[in-house]
Design a protein around this ligand. Structure first.
Ligand SMILES: [Zn+2]
Length: 221
C-alpha cells in the first residue's frame, strides 16, 4: 500500500504507514546523527530565534542544510504573536531563504498573522525555490493571495474541525498545491487524509497519489 506523505511533523520516528519529513528544530541539532537517515527539514523557527546570536544559529543550519536528507529549509518564518520584532524575524527568515536558494531546496514556512509582510517580502525578493506555508488555517482571501504568488499549502489537524478555515478553503486550493501534515500533534496522519478526502470527495488513494506527485514536483524527485 502506498504510504501517506506526512509533509511536516515533529514526531519521531514515524509509523510504517507514513513517510514523513521530520522537522529538526535548531535546539535539537545535536540529535542530527540520530535522525539523519530520515527525510528532514532544518531551520530556525521564529520562536527559537536568538535576537543577538541568530548568525551562529544560521551557521549551524548551513552546516546541516547540504545533507541529502535535509529536503527543505524550515520551518522558519514570521509570527506576530511573539516578542521578537517582526523586522528582526524577517531578517532571520530572509537569510534562511537565501541559503535555500543557494542549495535550491524548498522552504517550509511558519506564518502567524504576518501574511501581509510575507507577501510583501515575496514580491520584493522573488525567490525561485518552492515556498510551502505549513499549518495553513486562514481565510479564503489570504489563500487566494498566496496562491497567486505561487505558494504551496500544507494543511493539518484543523481539517478535523468542521468550523475551521482550513476545511472551508480546502476545496478551492488546487490539488497540485496541496500537502498534509500532523505537525506537533499526535493525530495519526491517516485521520487527516481521511478528513481531506471526505471534503474533497475523492478516494484516499487518489489523494495520496496526488500528494506524491506534488512531492515530486516540489523536490524534483
Ligand atoms: Zn511545526
Amino acid at each position: 500500500m502506498t504510504q501517506f506523505l506526512n509533509f511536516h511533523t515533529h514526531n519521531f520516528p514515524s509509523t510504517p504507514q507514513e513517510k514523513s519529513i521530520y522537522n529538526l528544530l535548531i535546539q535539537d541539532f545535536r540529535r542530527f546523527g540520530e535522525v539523519e537517515n530520515n527525510w528532514l527539514s532544518a531551520g530556525i523557527h521564529p520562536w527559537y530565534a536568538h535576537p543577538e546570536d541568530w548568525q551562529s544559529q544560521l551557521t549551524a543550519v548551513a552546516q546541516v542544510a547540504g545533507h541529502k536528507n535535509v529536503l527543505a529549509i524550515g520551518e522558519c518564518g514570521l509570527d506576530r504573536g511573539i516578542l521578537l520584532p517582526l523586522e528582526t524575524q524577517l531578517k532571520i527568515f530572509a537569510a534562511q531563504v537565501k541559503l535555500a536558494e543557494q542549495l535550491q531546496k524548498p522552504v517550509i514556512i511558519h506564518c502567524v498573522r504576518a501574511f501581509n509582510e510575507l507577501l510583501q517580502w515575496k514580491k520584493q525578493v522573488k525567490p525561485s525555490v518552492p515556498l510551502i506555508v505549513h499549518g495553513f488555517n486562514n481565510k479564503p482571501e489570504i489563500m487566494q493571495q498566496l496562491l497567486a504568488h505561487g505558494f504551496y499549502f500544507s494543511l493539518g489537524v484543523a481539517l478535523l474541525n468542521p468550523e475551521s478555515n482550513a476545511l472551508k478553503v480546502l476545496k478551492t486550493i488546487p490539488l497540485t498545491r496541496l500537502f498534509l501534515e500532523n505537525d506537533d500533534r499526535n493525530t495519526p496522519i491517516e485521520k487527516i487524509y481521511e478528513a481531506a478526502a471526505v471534503q474533497l470527495e475523492i478516494p484516499i488513494s487518489a489523494l495520496k497519489n496526488q500528494i506524491w506527485t506534488n512531492f515530486a514536483t516540489v523536490f524534483n524527485q
